[in-house]
Design a binder for this molecule. Sequence first.
Ligand SMILES: NC(=O)c1ccc[n+]([C@@H]2O[C@H](COP(=O)([O-])OP(=O)(O)OC[C@H]3O[C@@H](n4cnc5c(N)ncnc54)[C@H](OP(=O)(O)O)[C@@H]3O)[C@@H](O)[C@H]2O)c1
Length: 323
Amino acid sequence: MIYNYCGHSGVQLPVLSLGLWHNFGSVDDFNVATQMILRAFDAGICHFDLANNYGPVPGSAETNFGRILKNNLASHRDEMFISNKAGHDMWPGVYGTGSSRKNLMASCDQSLRRCGLDYFDVFYSHRYDGVTPVEETMQALIDLVRQGKALYVGISKYPADKQQLAYDILREAHVPCLISQYRHSMFDRKAQQANFQIAADNGSGIICFSPLAQGLLTGKYDNGIPANSRAAKASGFLQQSQVTPERIEAARKLGQIAKRRSQSMAQMALAWVLSDERVTSCIIGTSSVAQLENNLQTLENLHFSTEELHEIDEIISDPKLSF
Ligand SMILES: NC(=O)c1ccc[n+]([C@@H]2O[C@H](COP(=O)([O-])OP(=O)(O)OC[C@H]3O[C@@H](n4cnc5c(N)ncnc54)[C@H](OP(=O)(O)O)[C@@H]3O)[C@@H](O)[C@H]2O)c1
């Protein structure tokens, strides 16, 4: 594994982190989930990314993760970096969603209980909710650190103006923002353009989610939608309508470049995300140990020639690919 320092901090994170958004819920195979966590940890993926609502059912990814930790990794807690988030819909009523202090404080307690942990390494505001003052949300994060429930704080998907405000408030309170989480892949470069430099200028690490565009950048949809793929699953966030002919064609062309590089399409897509030097880590999702093994081999070729980058740019510059 390769590790990067996270922004201006002393914390190192693996360039590949494992996310539990899909494939770790109560609808999924617990044995496969266990094998993926253990293989990831053995390979040096010591950072695991959770949120209260991951499942389905919401909360079940945390419960399963807690069981896996207790059964297999209890003595390794200090070798792991575990993140959690609150801000999306979680429980009924007006307090079960959004970025209020009320939601964040209750959610962190619930998540700690489900995971069977005393603290999270980083606790995020999962989103700017459009209403709650950033001051209120950041104060809740600061207080979670003061209470010992989180070691560091992070923000996820904050628009540029709120992002800068969040950094300023956190810095003032001496709880600097460790990490900023944004969606970034060959099919979505909006955050790279709008948010990455602000994060870098403020000393925050950057961690990218959905680096494979939920599987679209693996070539798996080249010949239709395979059974068991995320787009085929009722609980999958990737909609069949997002598997468009333009994206399939682009993935096919990108796959030819990957082949020349002796890489899988997924490996090239991950290497491309990591080629932005501001990126600390990318969070992968996997539905099998075989996918995890495949993605781990990304580390064998992270270098791109100028010509390759140019060729890739030409393919992915089509605005129809973005979503
Ligand atoms: N902050 C936020 O709001 C936010 C939002 C979304 C995600 N996240 C975080 O980011 C993590 C990753 O997101 P993501 O799951 O969308 O990431 P992703 O890496 O873009 O997509 C993962 C999916 O791609 C397919 N895949 C992965 N490796 C493959 C391979 N080698 N060959 C073929 N298919 C492969 C699998 O889909 P199949 O099921 O089709 O096999 C897998 O479930 C989440 O778990 C979560 O922790 C955060």
